[in-house]
Write a protein that binds this ligand. Structure first.
Ligand SMILES: [Zn+2]
Length: 288
């Protein structure tokens, strides 16, 4: 939330399922209270960043601004490009009032933010950088430990190379504080970049790792969104949801039940999910 006398600006809006919570938090004194919201701006258009767009635009009558690269997907409501149904995710459809382009500068919350192209995890993503206070709003392009899931080369041919170029571009910025799309704000920019580069390198060495990683991450996000899923439903989920079906046909070639069991085993070992009374639950609750 970027507060300003000239109008408050909210960057990204969380999951559609969390809309009541988002609206409630926004209406507290720590949010904007009873004041109006001037606009919503997205770093990129995935379900956990744009899920509240429609509700907020309707509640506050404010425009939604999306990165120029996302605008065609939003206009067409392209479920695959936006990783919605295709990835087992959901968001309410909204209309973008305008776009923000790489290189543009906008004053939001009394500060000037430069939009920086940050393709990779999402090919249309932007980061926003305030040079005066050296603050970077990084979306999912850079987290303290890694970055948002990147599609393997057979699915998105340039995504991994773009991820590396984005890190190169970000490495040129003099950053004091990063506000990431997930996790707490952090200050050790050099260490985060170093970890991100190491991860890119590992993916470059073994593209299969990208495919495994992508399914595990997307399943974890589905669980974070839904809170729980009967373990017995998972084989049907991986058979029904396009991304799992496509990745299985391309990379794993397993019966759905075996792919489901593999994902559960890997995610349990990584401490990302747990199984309780026949239900699959996310181990961590906060994200998005
Ligand atoms: Zn994302």
């Amino acid at each position: 939330m970027l507060r300003s006398r000239d109008g408050h600006v909210l960057i990204d809006t969380g999951y559609v399922r969390h809309v009541p919570l988002t609206l409630a938090l926004l209406a507290t004194p720590r949010g904007i209270g009873a004041e109006p919201l001037a606009r919503v701006v997205n770093t990129h258009c995935h379900s956990d960043h744009m899920g509240g767009n429609a509700a907020l635009a309707s509640r506050y009558g404010c425009p939604v601004v999306v990165p120029v690269g996302e605008a065609p997907h939003i206009e067409a409501w392209d479920e695959r490009a936006l990783w919605l149904d295709w990835a087992g995710q959901s968001a309410d459809r909204f209309t973008a009032a305008s776009v923000v382009r790489p290189g543009e500068r906008h004053v939001w919350g009394d500060l000037e933010w430069e939009a920086i192209a940050a393709p990779g995890h999402d090919m249309g993503a932007l980061c926003f950088f305030n040079a005066e206070h050296r603050v970077l709003i990084s979306g999912d392009a850079l987290w303290e430990h890694g970055f948002g899931v990147v599609m393997p080369p057979e699915v998105e041919p340039t995504a991994l190379a773009a991820t590396r170029s984005t890190l190169d571009a970000l490495a040129h910025l003099d950053v004091r504080l990063v506000i990431p799309g997930h996790g707490e704000p952090f200050r050790d920019y050099a260490a985060a970049l170093e970890r991100a580069y190491r991860r890119v390198e590992a993916f470059e060495t073994d593209p299969m790792r990208l495919a495994r990683h992508a399914l595990k991450v997307i399943l974890t996000f589905t669980l974070l969104d839904r809170r729980t899923m009967p373990l017995a439903d998972l084989p049907a989920h991986v058979e029904r949801v396009g991304m799992f079906r496509e990745f299985n046909a391309r990379y794993f070639r397993l019966p759905p039940a075996e792919l489901a069991a593999f994902l559960v085993k890997e995610l349990t070992r990584a401490g990302a999910v747990r199984v309780d009374a026949g239900k699959l639950l996310p181990a961590a609750v906060a994200a998005g």
